[in-house]
Design a binder for this molecule. Structure first.
Ligand code: FES
Length: 78
């Protein structure tokens, strides 16, 4: 199955963690050789719940590096 991840690259989400989350995701996808389209998007006004990202159409909020790995394991390899 082809997966998709959309990560918010708006300045608030980016500063609050998606800068780092993006690197973690890129590394994770490469390591596990996953078929996944990774794309960025702009702010959708939900900055207060950020950093935000969407995995396979499902939105996730306040994604920190620790929960991100668990999330990727669950959603992409679960
Ligand atoms: S910067 Fe991500 S929702 Fe605003």
């Amino acid at each position: 199955m082809k997966h998709s991840i959309i990560i918010c690259m708006g300045s608030s989400c980016f500063a609050r963690g998606n800068k780092n989350n993006l690197k973690i995701i890129e590394k994770y996808l490469a390591e596990h050789k996953l078929d996944c389209i990774l794309s960025g998007r702009g702010c959708t006004g939900k900055c207060c719940n950020g950093p935000n990202l969407v995995i396979n159409g499902e939105a996730f909020e306040r994604v920190d590096p620790e929960s991100l790995i668990d999330l990727l394991d669950l959603k992409l390899r679960g």
